[in-house]
Design a protein around this ligand. Structure first.
Ligand code: ADP
Ligand code: MG
Length: 391
C-alpha cells in the first residue's frame, strides 16, 4: 500500500551536445491501491520515469514522494518498491522456490514466514508444479509468473512493471494481464505499469497517463481518454485502426457550422456548435473513430439521395481495400480529394452494403462521434475549448 506523487519530475541525459530530455516536467499522483498505466510510443520516457521512482536514476529536478516522504535521495532498497521487467531477470542458477524466497532471505525474514509467504504466492499464481525447476526449464509465460511472484512475495507497497508482457505471445499476454490485475487487486498493491500497447493499457489501467517526448499529454480513466482525447496525438494513439483525421474548413450553412472538405459537408455536433462558431472559415481537422463510420450505397446513389449532402452526414468515397477480421471488417476508402477514411463495420453490414474494392460508396459519419482538432503540431481537441491555428 502506498501513495506516490511526482511533481515536475524531469530527467535530462547527456551533456551540452547530446542533451536528451527523457522526462519533461511530469506531474502525477497514484492513489493507494490504484493501477496507473504509463502509455506512449517507444522512447517517450516511460522506463526512465519508472527508474526514477525506483531510485535507479537520479532526478534532474522535481520531487518524488512515496507516502508523503520525499524520496529523491533515498536509496532504492529503502523505498519499499519492487520492479518487474520485460526480460524477467530471474536468477538462473536458483530454482523457482529459491528465486521466490531470495528477497525475503536477504531481508532476514524468519524461515516459517518465508515458507508461508512463498506458499501463498505460489497458490495464487498456480505454479505449484514448477517449484523445483530452474528458469531455463520454464516457458516465457511461466518465467514471467515467477517474476511477478518474486516481486510481490515481500508485499512491497508499490510495484513497478516495465512492459512485463511484451515478450509473450498475443494469447498469453491477454491471459497474463487478467491474472496480473486480479493479483494487484487482491493484494491491494499500488502499481505503476508501463506499456506501449494501448489494448493492454485500456484493459489494465484504473487511469492512463499518455506520454509523448517525455511529457504528459493526458491523464484520465481509460474511457475518458478514449472518448475525449486531449489532442490529436492521444486520439491517434488509442484505437485500432486509429481515428480518422480529415483536413478541411469550418463553413456556415443554414445558420449552423459545418465541416467542409473536397466536395463533402459534415454537420458539426450540437455540443460543439457554440465553441467553433467563432472559428468560421478557418482550417480545421475533423476526427472520427472507424467504429463511428459506416459504408453505404454504391455508384447508384447520386447526390440527390437522402443520405447524401442533405443530411450532412456522409462523404463520397471510393473503397480502396477491405480487411475481413472475422468479427468485423475494416473498410479503407478515399475521399474525392484523396483523404483516407477507414470504417470498422460489422460483417453483416459489409456484406449487405456490397462493399467492393474500387467501388464507389458513401462514408456515413455518426455525427455525435465527431471531434474537431486545431491545425498544427499539438492539435488540441477543440471540445476542450481552444480555437483556430496554433499561434
Ligand atoms: P521508453 O521506455 O518510453 O521507450 P526511455 O525512458 O527508455 O523510453 O527513453 C526516453 C529517452 O531517453 C530516449 O530518447 C532514450 O534514448 C533516452 N535515454 C534513456 N536512457 C538513457 C541514458 N542512460 N542515456 C542517454 N539517453 C537515455
Ligand atoms: Mg522502455
Amino acid at each position: 500500500m502506498a501513495i506516490v506523487t511526482l511533481t515536475n519530475v524531469t530527467k535530462v541525459f547527456g551533456g551540452r551536445r547530446n542533451r536528451v530530455v527523457a522526462v519533461d516536467s511530469v506531474t502525477l499522483s497514484v492513489a493507494d491501491g490504484e493501477l496507473v498505466v504509463l502509455l506512449g510510443p517507444s522512447g517517450c520516457g516511460k522506463t526512465t520515469t519508472l527508474r526514477l521512482v525506483a531510485g535507479l536514476e537520479r532526478l534532474s529536478s522535481g520531487t518524488i514522494e512515496i507516502d508523503g516522504r520525499i524520496v529523491n535521495e533515498v536509496a532504492p532498497r529503502e523505498r519499499d518498491v519492487a520492479m518487474v521487467f520485460q526480460d524477467y531477470a530471474l536468477y538462473p542458477h536458483l530454482t523457482v522456490q529459491a528465486n521466490l524466497a531470495f528477497g525475503l532471505k536477504m531481508r532476514r525474514t524468519p524461515k516459517p514466514e518465508i515458507q508461508r509467504r512463498v506458499a501463498e504466492v505460489v497458490g495464487f499464481l498456480g505454479i505449484e508444479d514448477l517449484l523445483d525447476r530452474k528458469p531455463h526449464a520454464l516457458s516465457g509465460g511461466q518465467q514471467q509468473r515467477v517474476a511477478f511472484g518474486r516481486a510481490v512475495v515481500r508485499r512491497p507497497g508499490l510495484c513497478l512493471f516495465d512492459e512485463p508482457l511484451a515478450n509473450l505471445d498475443a494469447r498469453l499476454r491477454v491471459q497474463m494481464r487478467v491474472e496480473l490485475k486480479r493479483m494487484q487487486r487482491e493484494l491491494g498493491m499500488t502499481a505503476l505499469y508501463v506499456t506501449h500497447d494501448q489494448n493492454e493499457a485500456m484493459a489494465l489501467g484504473d487511469r492512463l497517463v499518455v506520454m509523448r517526448d517525455g511529457a504528459v499529454q493526458q491523464i484520465g480513466r481509460p474511457l475518458e481518454v478514449f472518448e475525449r482525447p486531449a489532442n490529436r496525438f492521444v486520439a491517434g494513439f488509442l484505437g485500432a485502426p486509429p481515428m480518422n483525421f480529415l483536413e478541411g474548413r469550418l463553413a456556415g450553412a443554414n445558420g449552423r457550422v459545418a465541416f467542409e472538405c473536397g466536395g463533402g459537408r459534415i454537420a458539426v455536433p450540437d455540443a460543439l456548435q457554440a465553441l467553433v462558431s467563432r472559428c468560421l472559415g478557418g482550417p480545421i481537422v475533423l476526427g472520427i473513430r472507424p467504429e463511428r463510420v459506416s459504408i453505404v450505397g454504391g455508384p447508384s446513389l447520386g447526390n440527390g439521395d437522402a443520405r447524401s449532402d442533405k443530411d450532412d452526414a456522409a462523404i463520397a468515397v471510393r473503397v480502396s481495400t477491405t480487411e475481413s477480421l472475422g468479427d468485423h471488417v475494416n473498410v479503407y476508402s478515399r475521399t474525392r480529394c484523396g483523404q483516407e477514411v477507414v470504417a470498422k463495420v460489422a460483417v453483416s453490414n459489409a456484406a449487405s452494403s456490397a462493399v467492393i474494392d474500387g467501388g464507389e460508396a458513401w462514408a456515413m459519419f455518426d455525427v455525435e462521434g465527431i471531434a474537431l482538432f486545431e491545425v498544427g503540431p499539438s492539435g488540441a481537441n477543440m471540445g476542450a475549448g481552444a480555437c483556430g491555428v496554433e499561434g
